[in-house]
Design a protein around this ligand. Sequence first.
Ligand code: C5P
Length: 431
Amino acid sequence: MTNPERLTVVVGISGGIAAYKAVGVVRGLVLAGHDVHVVATDAALRFVGRPTLEAISRNIVHSDLYEGVAQVRHVAIGQSADLIVIAPATANTLAKLATGLADDLLGTTVLASTAPVIVAPAMHTEMWQNAATVANVATLRSRGIAFVGPESGQLTGSDSGPGRMAEPDAIVAAALALVPGAPAAEGAPGADPGPAVDGAPGADPDLPTRHDLAGVRLLVSAGGTREPLDPVRFLGNRSSGKQGVALAVAARDRGAEVTLLAAHLEVPAPEGVDVVQVETAKQLAQAAAEYAQDSDVIIMAAAVADYRPASIAQTKLKKDAIGDTMTLELVKNPDILASLAANRRADQVVIGFAAETAGDTAELLRVGREKLERKGCDFLVLNRVGWLRGFAVDDNAVVVVSRGGDIVMEASGSKAAVADRILDVLRPSGS
Ligand code: C5P
């Protein structure tokens, strides 16, 4: 039976320069009171010395598939683990894990274990973005492997970009967040699940759920508003509501009390959440203002019409009466997000979305940072949209920026997985 106060943690270290930071991961876990066993690949031991790892972990370091054969060590380490943390996880290690290769002790350990596994990838941007790595990451995520990072930043050479391993404290916090009741390291951001925990068990209905949002009242809007022109026509948008509904589901599964403000949805509203149907931006504004008062977290994922017809015809508009051209007069809708942010309680977290047709990530970030400033929310979830991107599809790719413009998270994958990661920015105070 797992004792969350003192877990048996296997730290797998593979051969990348970030291996030197794995020492900090081992130390953080030991300081948090856990029994830490390092399994290092041969390549890892070229970057960081065995004595260092043994001194810090207070246990012998395992690396050889053929040592301890009498104790069937190639599977025993994995079988005894309560948690496996692989930091750094190189592109090669991710590929091996994705195919289930077991040609070294780390491979056999992972295959022989039923414990939660979290990986902290570290590699150059090109390798991280290579189609092979992208596919391997998707495979691992679909199996419930959690990811922390990578972050965007300075890499080994003069280059910088996504691929930098998450910081040791963030890795420790994210890893321990996978085991309910496990104490965090002293001095480490224990209440902070880290910048990018992904594919964590809560995201997968077949795996145990994290209950880190228990007691949190979360209001989320989803779908696209419709602004009537006459009794049969409206001005709308292509939002399907899938991302907002995925947020409601993920929050519900993590224990939150969820109210979903549902504008037009193309997916069913989920069970187990309070659903408030709205049609227009004004109705959404009204409902949002009402429910916001009792909410701890507000997420505006709905695509809200910026303008509505100045007048609504009471009977169907007739082309015979209108002629060859028709001019619509539109008036501006209230900015719901900005007003929720302006009127929020000090302890409320307000998250907005920005779907932009930006040409590249740099432009997306520039536009997003300006918007965050203007709207006054705590976080803005940015995604690029286009005719074939973002709307109605099942996958998404987002960057989350916080006040001040820092990127706090990047995620891609199914809208369910992305939803789970967006919720990780809430920094719950307990799990
Ligand atoms: O200004 P823009 O439409 O790009 O901002 C998007 C964000 O603002 C989303 O979170 C959306 O739900 C919210 N929004 C709003 N009220 C509006 C327009 C957008 O709350 N009138």
